[in-house]
Ligand binder design. Structure first.
Ligand SMILES: [Zn+2]
Length: 184
């Protein structure tokens, strides 16, 4: 079957879609008419069709399409175009349907925001971003060179740790200390 026949087939088969409702977080409720036939899914297609988002298993750079030897498991540099590639999981309801993707920096941020909205931590995320930028500026002023993300995160963690210590929040103090150890 040719490409256009496939597209046509897809459009025709989609002519009578199940009843769908979309909410503001991007979740879609599909129904076959009965309450028991309702299924809530994340509209992952909304992300798939965007430039800069590829399924992890495709193993290609989301910037230049360079074929990677192995799909990375975490942030990595493309050997060809040298851009940072990020590994993310698209928001899901059913864990069995989760999809891992390899994305550009811009799309990673977009996916993080989508996740934060779902988790109800969007405000926190924005505050974290602000704290990050402030620390970056502070280090830049002190050092005279642009600090790496890793340096900024390290200093943010040190500050957190001191704050927890002062507030005698030992659980949080311990967590931050462990995270710092992982960061090394
Ligand atoms: Zn590349």
């Amino acid at each position: 079957m040719g490409f256009f026949q496939k597209i046509k087939g897809f459009l025709v088969s989609d002519k009578n879609p199940p009843l769908t409702r979309r909410d503001e977080q991007g979740f879609v409720t599909m129904s076959n008419g009965s309450a028991a036939g309702e299924e809530r899914v994340f509209s992952q297609n909304r992300f798939y069709i965007e430039e800069g988002i590829l399924k992890l298993e495709e193993g290609k750079c989301p910037y230049c399409g360079y074929e990677l030897e192995n799909p990375p498991s975490r942030k990595r540099n493309c050997p060809s175009c040298k851009n940072d590639m990020y590994v993310r999981t698209l928001p899901y309801v059913d864990e069995a349907k989760k999809v891992r993707v390899l994305v550009t920096e811009e799309k990673a941020e977009k996916i993080d925001i989508a996740w934060a909205k779902i988790a109800g931590t969007y405000e926190e995320l924005i505050k974290d971003k602000k704290r990050f930028e402030e620390m970056k500026q502070q280090l830049f002023n002190a050092w005279g060179t642009v600090p790496s993300d890793s340096d900024v995160n390290w200093h943010l963690m040190m500050n957190n740790r001191i704050e927890h210590y002062n507030n005698q929040q030992w659980g949080l103090y311990r967590n931050t200390t462990l995270r710092m150890a992982e960061h090394l």
